[in-house]
Write a new protein. Structure first.
Length: 367
C-alpha cells in the first residue's frame, strides 16, 4: 500500500476540495492592469455614539417630533387646512417661520470625520483615535437625533437597506495607475455609477466581493468624477475635489443627490473591499432635501421635525458663505462607507464627460 505523508495528504485534500468547490474562497484578484473597483455596500452619516448616549447627549435625545409638535400647536385639533397642511407647508418652506421648539445638539467632544481645513478650532472634535481638528458640524446636528443613530434609527437603517436595493444608488470608485494596494505615491480615482444589481452573499443582506458592474454612462454621466490621490500603508487618501455629486436614494420614488464641496476619500483598501470615510462640506439645501425624502410619518418615528431640523442646519453651517448675505451654506460632515470589490466593465470605446479635480471643469475624455 502506498503511504502518504501528512503534508502530501493535506495538499491532496486541498486540491480535491478546491475542485469540488468546498475550499474557502480566495481573495479576489486585487489589481488588473493597475486597476481595481469597489461598489458601495453600506453607507451612513458618521455618528459617534456611546452605549448610553450620555457623553454626547447629556439631555437625552430629541423629544420633539412632528406628532409632539402638532399636539403642542393644536391640542384640540382643527381643520386640516388650518393644522396639518400648515405644518406640511413648513416642511417644504421651512424658512417661512423662525424656529419655535428646542432642538438638542450634540455636546460631546469626540466625532468621526476628517480635518477638512487643516486647522484645530474651538468647535472642532477629536477623533476616537485621538486626532484633533475633526470637522463634522453635521454630527452636531444629528448626534442626538434618533434617526441618525444606529442600529435602529430610520435614517441610518434604511439609508443602507435601500442603497443595496436601488440601482440608482450604485455608486462606485475605480482606482487606476496603481502599482499595489499598500503604498503608491500617485493614483487616479474615478467615481461613477454602476448599472447592475449587487452580488449578495448567502444571507441576502451583505454584499459579496467579486461581482461585475457596467458603467452608467448615460443617465449617470454627471456622476462620473475624477480625483487624484495616494496610497499610504494600505489607506487611499485623495485630494479634495471642489464640487462633487453623490447619488443616494433613501426611500422609494424619491431619488436624491448630495452636493459636496471639497470632497475627499480616506479608505482602507484590501483586495475584497474598502472601508472608511467620504468627507467634505455638504450643501445645506441638499442635506435638507435628502433627509426630507422620508414622509412625515416616517420622520415621526424618530422625532425628527423638518422645520426645526432646517434651522439647526443653518445655525451650525460652517463653510461657503453666501456672497450676498454672508450666511454659511454648507456643513462639514462625513459618510462612513463600506465597499465591496467589483469588476468594472468599460465599453471598448466611450466618450464620457468627466470632472477634473482642479475646479470642477468638465472635459471630454476618451477611454
Amino acid at each position: 500500500m502506498h503511504m502518504f505523508s501528512k503534508t502530501t495528504f493535506a495538499a491532496t485534500l486541498g486540491v480535491a476540495l478546491a475542485a469540488t468547490g468546498f475550499a474557502k474562497a480566495e481573495t479576489p484578484t486585487t489589481l488588473r492592469d493597475g486597476r481595481i473597483g469597489y461598489a458601495v455596500a453600506d453607507a451612513h452619516f458618521s455618528v459617534y455614539q456611546t452605549a448610553d448616549g450620555k457623553a454626547e447627549c447629556p439631555q437625552g435625545l430629541n423629544p420633539m417630533g412632528p406628532r409632539e409638535i402638532f399636539k403642542q400647536l393644536w391640542p384640540n385639533g382643527g381643520k386640516m387646512e388650518d393644522t396639518i397642511l400648515v405644518r406640511e407647508g413648513l416642511n417644504a418652506f421651512p424658512a417661512d417661520h423662525p424656529p419655535l421648539f428646542p432642538y438638542l445638539e450634540t455636546q460631546g467632544k469626540i466625532s468621526y470625520g476628517l480635518n477638512l481645513d487643516g486647522k484645530v478650532g474651538p468647535k472642532d472634535f477629536t477623533s476616537p483615535e485621538g486626532e484633533k481638528g475633526i470637522d463634522n458640524a453635521f454630527y452636531r446636528v444629528t448626534g442626538c437625533a434618533t434617526g441618525f443613530r444606529g442600529p435602529d434609527g430610520q435614517v441610518q437603517l434604511f439609508a443602507s437597506k435601500f442603497l443595496r436595493g436601488f440601482v440608482y444608488n450604485r455608486m462606485m470608485i475605480e482606482i487606476s495607475g496603481a502599482d499595489n494596494l499598500v503604498n503608491d505615491p500617485s493614483v487616479d480615482v474615478t467615481i461613477m455609477r454602476g448599472r447592475d444589481p449587487l452580488l449578495l452573499d448567502s444571507t441576502g443582506e451583505k454584499v459579496a466581493p467579486g461581482g461585475s458592474q457596467r458603467v452608467d454612462e448615460r443617465y449617470g454621466k454627471m456622476l462620473i468624477q475624477r480625483l487624484h490621490g495616494k496610497i499610504e500603508n494600505g489607506v487611499l487618501i485623495t485630494e479634495p475635489v471642489k464640487d462633487a455629486t453623490w447619488a443616494w436614494q433613501i426611500e422609494s420614488n424619491h431619488p436624491r443627490s448630495l452636493h459636496i464641496r471639497d470632497m475627499r476619500l480616506q479608505l482602507k483598501l484590501t483586495g475584497a473591499g474598502a472601508d472608511g470615510l467620504m468627507a467634505g462640506y455638504f450643501d445645506v439645501n441638499t442635506l435638507l432635501d435628502w433627509t426630507m425624502g422620508y414622509a412625515t410619518h416616517h420622520l415621526a418615528y424618530d422625532r425628527l421635525d423638518a422645520p426645526e431640523f432646517y434651522w439647526a442646519l443653518r445655525k451650525n453651517a460652517d463653510a461657503y458663505p453666501d456672497p450676498k448675505t454672508g450666511e454659511m451654506t454648507a456643513l462639514s460632515s462625513a459618510i462612513t462607507l463600506n465597499m465591496a470589490q467589483v469588476f468594472i466593465q468599460h465599453p471598448d470605446k466611450a466618450v464620457a464627460e468627466q470632472v477634473t479635480p482642479e475646479a470642477g471643469r468638465v472635459t471630454k475624455t476618451e477611454r
